[in-house]
Write a protein of this length. Structure first.
Length: 186
């Protein structure tokens, strides 16, 4: 039995050895597939609630996200003199602390500069951001989710998590709505 098993192994080994040079396999080139996949419409979903503002959204212009992030970078670095270029002539706001209104770009910059002057440092870190376009309203928005670490002038450190929605028109900020959770621990 051992001799028979050894014979099978030897024959298998000899059959697997080949002294001939292998020739490369040439695959026949086929023309590229030029068919276009059929795009099927998304089925309409009946939601249990109607959206009061808009339910027709798509991904928006990423350049709008860049505007908002550049605004945050200038704020973080204390460059409040550069903020006006980000705003439209007037800015509507509804903030996390229930303040709301409509102010000129100059007034918005003044208020933001007053806010920034309360801190030795700000550090913005983003958990997520996304540009959105409302089809039925023809509006552009950027939604951000971020954590802000701040050190006040007296040296007290604190952190807050924000979710903010930034309205933009022609690459300029027209509105901001903010929601906050203080002393965020993650």
């Amino acid at each position: 039995m051992k001799k028979l098993l050894g014979s099978f192994i030897a024959v298998g080994f000899m059959m697997s050895c080949n002294n001939q040079a292998s020739t490369p396999v040439v695959e026949e080139k086929k023309p590229a597939d030029t068919t276009v996949a059929e795009v099927k419409p998304t089925p309409k979903i009946d939601y249990p609630y109607a959206a009061e503002y808009s339910a027709e959204w798509k991904i928006g212009d990423p350049n709008n996200t860049r505007v908002v992030l550049d605004f945050y970078k200038a704020l973080e670095e204390g460059k409040t003199d550069e903020l006006k270029k980000f705003f439209a002539d007037s800015v509507k706001f509804r903030l996390y602390d229930t303040r709301s209104g409509n102010v000129s770009a100059d007034e918005a910059v003044k208020r933001i500069a007053t806010f920034r002057a309360r801190f030795k440092s700000l550090n913005e870190s983003f958990l997520a951001f996304i540009p959105l376009h409302s089809n039925d309203r023809n509006e552009d928005w950027v939604s951000t989710w971020m954590k802000e670490k701040a050190v006040s002038l007296n040296g007290k450190a604190d952190s807050t998590i924000y979710q903010e929605n930034w309205g933009l028109r022609n690459g300029k900020i027209t509105s901001v709505e903010g929601f906050a959770q203080y002393k965020f621990r993650h």
